[in-house]
Design a protein around this ligand. Structure first.
Ligand SMILES: C[S@@+](CC[C@H](N)C(=O)[O-])C[C@H]1O[C@@H](n2cnc3c(N)ncnc32)[C@H](O)[C@@H]1O
Length: 225
């Protein structure tokens, strides 16, 4: 039986909602104030790990790639990327809720071995869309997990990321040979069709949320190499 203790509440900018941080013994959970169940849990992060490892393992040269992750969450995707890429990598993680970064610097961060402390990590406090649109940096990997997937729960403006325009902008922000990766709580044919319209090879991968049974999540990989 769970005995959840609430440790924090953080408003999600631009929405009327908040993220709520809970602890149950050694595990942490993040929920959205409007309901809808757990958004994140330290108990299950197989697919968050895979969002980091799958695209980075495909890079021809992973010694010094530039990687963009949106958002930080519980840091599992960031930690997974850092395990695969080399010492010259620059891994930028965009997180829109500043308290999420603070939470990861505290006891929650033990679960992902404090990837924010890695010298290759850069934190952008703000919307990942801004970095994608800025065209200041071209990334070898862009890994997006800002919500529950194309049918988001957290922030309606995130819909843009999964639109034709958002997909095209993310493609434009890739360096030659770069790879886009999207996480989703489940399959989404309309989004997959949109990805295919960009004309690049798209692979849908199904990944267990934890271990090798139970709930499965979906990751799409768009390979421009
Ligand atoms: C599902 S969690 C990410 C989980 C993460 N992959 C992990 O390994 O734990 C989504 C995160 O994205 C953040 N977020 C939501 N919209 C965002 C945006 N547009 N730009 C940056 N971060 C965003 C949320 O605050 C939340 O921390």
């Amino acid at each position: 039986m769970r005995h959840w203790t609430q440790l924090g509440e953080a408003p999600i900018p631009g929405t009327g909602q908040s993220l709520l941080l809970f602890r149950d013994k050694d595990d942490f959970f993040i929920k959205i104030s409007s309901g809808g169940g757990e958004l994140m849990s330290t108990r299950k992060h197989g697919s968050e790990d895979a969002l980091g490892t799958l695209p980075c393992r495909r890079l021809r040269d992973s010694t010094s790639p530039r990687v963009l992750i949106g958002g930080l969450g519980m840091g599992f995707t960031l930690a997974a990327v850092l395990k695969v890429v080399g010492p010259g990598a620059e891994v930028t993680v965009a997180e829109i809720v500043p308290e999420v970064v603070e939470w990861n610097r505290g006891p929650l961060g033990e679960h992902s071995a404090f990837p924010l402390n890695d010298p290759r990590t850069r934190v952008h406090l703000g919307d990942v869309m801004k970095l994608i649109r800025s065209k200041r940096t071209y990334y070898d990997v862009i890994a997006l997990d800002v919500d529950n997937g194309p049918e988001g729960l957290t922030k309606s403006t995130n819909d843009w990321l999964y639109s034709d325009a958002g997909i095209a902008a993310a493609q434009d922000a890739l360096a030659p040979g770069g790879i886009l990766a999207y996480w989703s709580a489940g399959p989404d044919q309309a989004f997959q069709d949109r990805l295919r319209r960009c004309g690049l090879p798209v692979e849908e991968v199904t990944v267990f949320a934890h271990g090798n049974k139970g709930a499965r999540h979906t990751i799409w990989l768009v390979d421009s190499s």
